[in-house]
Design a protein around this ligand. Structure first.
Ligand SMILES: Nc1ncnc2c1ncn2[C@@H]1O[C@H](COP(=O)(O)OP(=O)(O)OP(=O)(O)O)[C@@H](O)[C@H]1O
Ligand SMILES: [Mg+2]
Length: 382
């Protein structure tokens, strides 16, 4: 069999891509701010916010690595530490993790936070460096009233290097932080990542497909289809999951390349939006339009021209002895189905009619569902 996933590990959630597509500006800004401060021997603290899959963790890890690679800043090297606070939900467990990362350890009992912090400083003193501590998924601990932000942002002994923080969470947590710590962040020290649009997602997917998949096993059309599927949430993780799922589905089918049906299957199994109840609520006309679209999509393309679908709709209506509606009503029905989240419309190339797509489930599956439903409602004429 001709494998499609030639470097599957690069689709793993833990894999940190060398380049963050479309986040050059944000990365550049944070890099500059941290580097300038550390060069002066002063810590820098920042908060990073953004929705699910907006690249917060990837950006924070890339920043840490890039600062480390910058070499000595103001005479000291940078040591990035990434702590996921979601699993380590108390100050003690987070601090134990920080201790480990500077090469000292303590048993998890009997020590106060202040004592643990002293041991932490001893650890740094052995090898003075700029610590760049990322507290990822920090919302819960901040809301629980963590003391760590206060303890870590308080001025430290000179000659100890500096301790900088990057707080990462979906939403702004500074309002929940004690006022002295908040002031060490300052008013401008917050960066909000916008959700990815279809174009950025396509860029991210293309870069990852080049790393992970055999050349010739994926097309720009399939990338565009996945980007379209993930764009409503702007979530890069979901987009990459669909890419990986589609590649696996294609391999399983022993196909030579990823096909639009593989993307629909992957999308449907990760995040199903099409349910049979939804179909039950649709009018006959909507069902006929869906069936026409499903039939028009059988083939190598992920979308079909409206005009073609309308012709298919006329044929399907005849088959089911329903009176076909005109252009305007047809288009209205299409827009209703789009609002239901069942299909997508997109402007076509200049001079062409709009393009319709349905990425929710494999078209073969949709076709069976709709045909069964129509047959239940009305005995089909021979
Ligand atoms: N700009 C980008 N370029 C390349 N890959 C990206 C980019 N942004 C995100 N990714 C990839 O998308 C996936 C999700 O990103 P990441 O984990 O950083 O999101 P997040 O904002 O931390 O999400 P969550 O809130 O769920 O923790 C990761 O596999 C990451 O490598
Ligand atoms: Mg994250």
């Amino acid at each position: 069999m001709n494998r499609i996933l030639t470097a599957e590990e690069t689709l793993d959630p833990a894999y940190l891509p060398p380049k963050l597509v479309g986040r050059e500006k944000e990365l550049g800004l944070l890099y500059r701010l941290y580097r300038e401060s550390l060069t002066k021997g002063v810590p820098h603290h920042h908060e990073l916010n953004g929705g699910i899959g907006s690249g917060k963790t990837a950006l924070a890890r890339r920043l840490g690595e890039d600062l480390q690679k910058a070499g000595k800043l103001g005479g000291l090297a940078v040591h990035p530490i990434h702590v996921n606070c979601w699993r380590r939900s108390s100050d003690r467990t987070i601090l134990l993790e920080l201790l480990r990362s500077v090469g000292v350890s303590l048993p998890d009992r009997g020590y106060s936070l202040a004592e643990m912090l002293d041991v932490f400083e001893q650890g740094i003193r052995r090898q003075p460096r700029h610590l760049m501590i990322v507290l990822d998924e920090v919302s819960a601990v901040v809301r629980q009233g963590t003391k760590l932000v206060y303890l870590l942002t308080r001025p430290h002994e000179v000659g100890l290097g500096s301790i900088s923080l990057l707080l990462v969470s979906p939403e702004d947590v500074l309002p929940y932080v004690d006022p002295p710590s908040r002031s060490s962040f300052g008013v401008t020290h917050r960066l909000q990542l916008a959700p990815y649009g279809a174009e950025s997602l396509a860029g991210i997917l293309t870069a990852r497909a080049e790393l992970a998949l055999r050349k010739g096993s994926w097309s720009a059309d399939v990338i565009e289809q996945i980007a379209r599927v993930a764009a409503p949430n702007g979530d890069a993780r979901f987009a990459l999951e669909v890419l990986s799922g589609a590649a696996h589905a294609a391999e399983l089918a022993e196909a030579d390349e990823i096909r639009p049906e593989d993307v629909r299957a992957a999308k449907g199994s990760i995040y199903p939006t099409l349910t049979e109840t939804k179909l039950q609520e649709l009018s006959n006309r909507s069902l006929l339009v869906l069936l026409a679209l499903a039939r028009s999509l059988r083939g190598p393309r992920s979308h079909a021209a409206t005009e073609r679908v309308r012709q298919a709709y006329q044929a399907v209506s005849e088959e089911y002895a329903e009176k076909a509606v005109g252009r305007i009503q047809f288009w209205r029905t299409v827009k209703e189905l789009e609002r239901e989240g069942l299909i997508q419309t997109e402007p076509g190339a200049p001079g062409d009619s709009a393009r319709l797509s349905m990425d929710e489930v494999p078209v073969s599956f949709l076709q069976t569902l709709v045909e069964t439903r129509l047959a239940d409602r009305r005995p089909r004429k021979a």
